[in-house]
Design a protein. Structure first.
Length: 387
């Protein structure tokens, strides 16, 4: 699991060059502008950009754009599975990887509003068995400034999904094995294990499983009925876009569509959702009266600089602040074996963009280039859809 933050190496391309590059559609790709109630030129740019992702190893993708006061744009490209017999459908669900962190953070913020915890509480109050968290607060975990060992980095994040069932104690052991990285608050470094710890804090503070709490307080109020907590809920009947990876170990393509177990990803990246549901989530962040009782400011008010030399310039409580096409947008990316995605909202225009993609499992996939192409398409989506 990781975040999606890079633009092109060195610097981002200008929007004029981006749009020009997207004008030529790819031959042989199944593409359909499912609902694009805008000008033909706008729709052509977006459709071509989505189809272009196949150059970077994408099997199928869904792009959804919602502008307040206008009909949403939903576009698909590619195929739902490796057989390439079924074109991608807007309703298909995807594993969304680290976009799960937005929901883990939401649960923590709701518990703070409920008075069950404060963001400055020490982690040890809720996880006394985490012996290497001295001085670490919940806020440190939320903002990736804790310095705790990130045991998830010990896994192969590209080609081999961890096998077996992982308990929280197993994740703590991996964290201790990795070792402390720096003093709490000393710097920013992305940390999956920190969000696994937040998942346990949700359970201890609420007295409920993470899935029960999130479904009751977030998913049901927002009508996100096609979203699931992958390590805790049954999503075997969900229509999921197939995702694949190339295994260097076995030298073959592996189907990652329905993993036997996502406990290794846990609160840092185990969720499954579709474009319509993710738009509901992003919209709630800028709604005047959200049924979740959280607003964008709850996630962004105390954001810290990342120090990264790319588009993600700051990170708040589960949301990153990205500089894209001259805008500051807030959202999160997700990468998990076979899938890559990104969702963001512009706080000034309230425009939302969701991009979900499944991977074909090509041996030659260049992930940095793919991330750059996706952020380019997101930038184009914010710029070319009506303001």
């Amino acid at each position: 699991m990781t975040y999606l933050h890079r633009c092109f190496p060195g610097k981002c391309a200008s929007l004029a060059l981006v749009v020009a590059a997207l004008l030529t559609p790819l031959p042989g790709s199944a593409s359909a502008a499912t609902a694009c109630p805008q000008s033909a030129q706008v729709c052509s740019h977006l459709q071509s950009g989505l189809a272009d992702l196949s150059r970077y190893g994408v099997l199928g993708a869904v792009l959804a754009i919602d502008t307040p006061g206008r009909r949403a744009i939903t576009i698909t490209s590619g195929y739902s599975n490796a057989g390439q017999a079924a074109p991608m459908e807007v309703s298909r669900a995807f594993q969304v990887g680290s976009q799960s962190k937005m929901f883990t953070a939401a649960a923590i913020l709701l518990l703070a509003k409920d008075g069950r915890l404060t963001l400055d509480d020490p982690v040890a109050r809720f996880i006394p068995e985490a012996s290497d968290t001295e001085g670490v607060t919940i806020r440190h975990l939320l903002t990736h400034t804790s310095g705790v060992g990130d045991g998830i980095d010990l896994f192969d994040s590209i080609s081999e999904r961890p096998r077996g069932h992982y308990r929280f104690d197993d994740l703590l052991l991996l964290s201790r094995t990795y070792g402390r990285q720096f003093a709490p608050g000393a710097q920013w470094k992305y940390n999956n294990t920190g969000y696994d710890m937040l998942g346990r804090i949700i359970e201890v503070a609420s007295g409920q499983s993470r899935s029960v709490f999130l479904r009751r307080r977030v998913l049901v109020p927002l009508g996100m009925h096609e979203t699931f907590i992958g390590s805790e809920e049954d999503w075997s009947g969900v229509s999921v876009a197939s995702g694949y990876v190339w295994s260097e170990k076995s030298e073959r393509v592996i189907d990652m569509t329905r993993p036997a177990d996502l406990t290794w990803a846990a609160a840092a990246g185990d969720m499954v959702s579709n474009a319509a549901d993710m738009l509901k989530w992003m919209s709630s962040l800028v709604a005047e009266r959200s049924p979740v009782s959280l607003s964008l400011v709850d996630f962004t008010a105390t954001a810290v600089p990342t120090g990264l030399q790319d588009s993600m310039v700051e990170y708040g409580n589960g949301l990153g602040g990205f500089s894209i096409a001259g805008r500051r947008v807030w959202g999160h990316g997700g990468f998990i074996h076979g899938y890559i995605s990104f969702s963001a909202v512009d706080p000034k225009t309230h425009k939302q963009v969701v991009l979900l993609a499944s991977l074909a499992g090509q041996k030659s996939t260049e992930y940095a280039a793919l991330k750059g192409a996706m952020l380019t398409l997101v930038a184009t989506s914010f710029e070319t859809s009506p303001r």
